[in-house]
Design a protein around this ligand. Sequence first.
Ligand code: ATP
Ligand code: MG
Length: 312
Amino acid sequence: MSKILTIGEILVEIVATSKGNGFREAVPLIGPFPSGAPAIFIDQVGKLGQDCAIISRVGDDDFGYVNIDRLTQDGVDVSGIEILKQGTTGSAFVRYREDGSRAFVFNIRYSACGTISLNDETLKLIDTCTHLHVMGTALYAPSVVESILTALTRIKAKGGTVSFDPNLRPEILDSPGMREALQTVLSKTDLFMPSGEELFLFTAAKTEADAVAELLGRGIKAIVVKRGSKGASYFDASQSVDMASFTVEEIDPTGAGDCFGATFVTFWLKGTAPQEALRYANASGARAVTKAGPMEGASTKAELDQLIEAQA
Ligand code: ATP
Ligand code: MG
């Protein structure tokens, strides 16, 4: 039986209900919504009934319990979430601009999850897991990077697998040690899941075909490229699959990539054919954008089947 692990930030997201450029004026807000890319990912894995766990830290506050309660309800092993008596749960305030881009105020690095490190209990938890999913966003502090690299080494040493979603825009690559950490993770990755331009972050290639060939040549077993409303593609040494997205009304794009990735990884680990895994992942990403709030659009398998059948 496989068990999927992720390590990284747990946050609440608080969203401005009016569009505009940031927070220098009082605006109405809605939230807290459970959030954090690794948390959204693992919640979607749990909702599919797959055994899974997250290692993180929250404060002993309502924002922490909003997350712990949701993850527990959706079937995630939360024993690796440490509740810090003196800590504060991370947060992200988000306001959409008229052009669809987002303005953020983050409290991550100096929140409870900024202090993630491993102890005897979390090391034992790691040893019960067979797959690690790494989110590029989670490489935000040296102790978190170290925790992820330790888990990666232990899980791979036992014959386990690693998936990696860089989940970042090129402009934040400049934080110290970030590029090196990303390269280390990539060198151990079995399943690489970039979105759009992220495919080119680690290669000198100019075309998608060249980038894919180069990455597969370096030992990555499979690559899934996410293309937002344009769908997604799958590549391995013997085949490639392109698939259009499902047609839905986009309410809130946050979390689509995380739900998509969680669903693809879950089916891939079961040995599902790439075409079928991609279809479920596309359905998961599509459902995610139809709900306000980053984790609110996570789906059960029955909900994915319903969307797939409706658009067959
Ligand atoms: P994020 O901004 O959350 O990091 P991402 O860039 O990682 O997102 P996207 O490519 O935006 O990921 O979305 C992931 C998947 O979700 C897409 O490949 C597609 O299957 C689905 N998806 C995203 N947006 C839409 C949409 N508007 N309509 C239908 N499906 C969508
Ligand atoms: Mg993403």
